[in-house]
Ligand binder design. Sequence first.
Ligand code: ADP
Ligand code: MG
Length: 216
Amino acid sequence: MFVTFEGGEGTGKSTQALILADNLKKSGIDVILTREPGGSPGAEIIRNLLVTGSVDRWSTMSEVLLMYAARADHWQNTIKPALDYGKWVLCDRFADSTVAYQGYGRGVNKDFLQLLYSHIVGDTVPDFTFIFDLDVNVGLKRANSRMSGDAVVEGRFEAMDITFHKRLRVGFLEIAKKNQKRCTVLDAKMHPREVHREILKILQEKGALPWSNLPV
Ligand SMILES: Nc1ncnc2c1ncn2[C@@H]1O[C@H](COP(=O)(O)OP(=O)(O)O)[C@@H](O)[C@H]1O
Ligand SMILES: [Mg+2]
């Protein structure tokens, strides 16, 4: 089962991915929690290039190709082997973030992004994508309050201007509309416990998890 967590900054993706991973593990499910950009040794090196430094460090196209260079490595070395083995893979951001950030946010042609996807990932799409939707100002405020340790230097995307973040939100909602089969939009204002409950409900309704005995 391949589950992706998508949405803007500070919307609670990492929080929920971790809660779900812990909960599935407790139920005896073989699960890995991974993230993008990053998620494999090579891709983590590329992550560092992408998420640190000045906002205008990379041209749009360099940014796209670095994202896909990282994704190619992550896909090949982490995600695909785990899925082939039958594990659940929970991925904190994936290709929808490239469509939102570089497509809707920075104007890259979406057909080109799709072409990269099909050459690098192939036909596989996530079984479930949770799109975390939240007022942009609330999200950025949350993201800033989280800023400590690595997060302080990893703020390159957070530092982009507010209109960029607003385009992302619109972008993610359009992605959800175009991919209704796999995508669910979550109201990220809710208490983390409620968001988690909603995620479990969807996984159960769609038959990915039994209704019984998952602790909430
Ligand atoms: N549902 C929520 N309500 C309020 N605060 C939250 C919620 N989910 C996460 N947070 C807090 O907001 C900050 C950002 O959450 P995080 O999961 O890191 O977001 P993301 O990974 O989407 O950027 C963290 O400090 C986290 O504890
Ligand atoms: Mg996060």
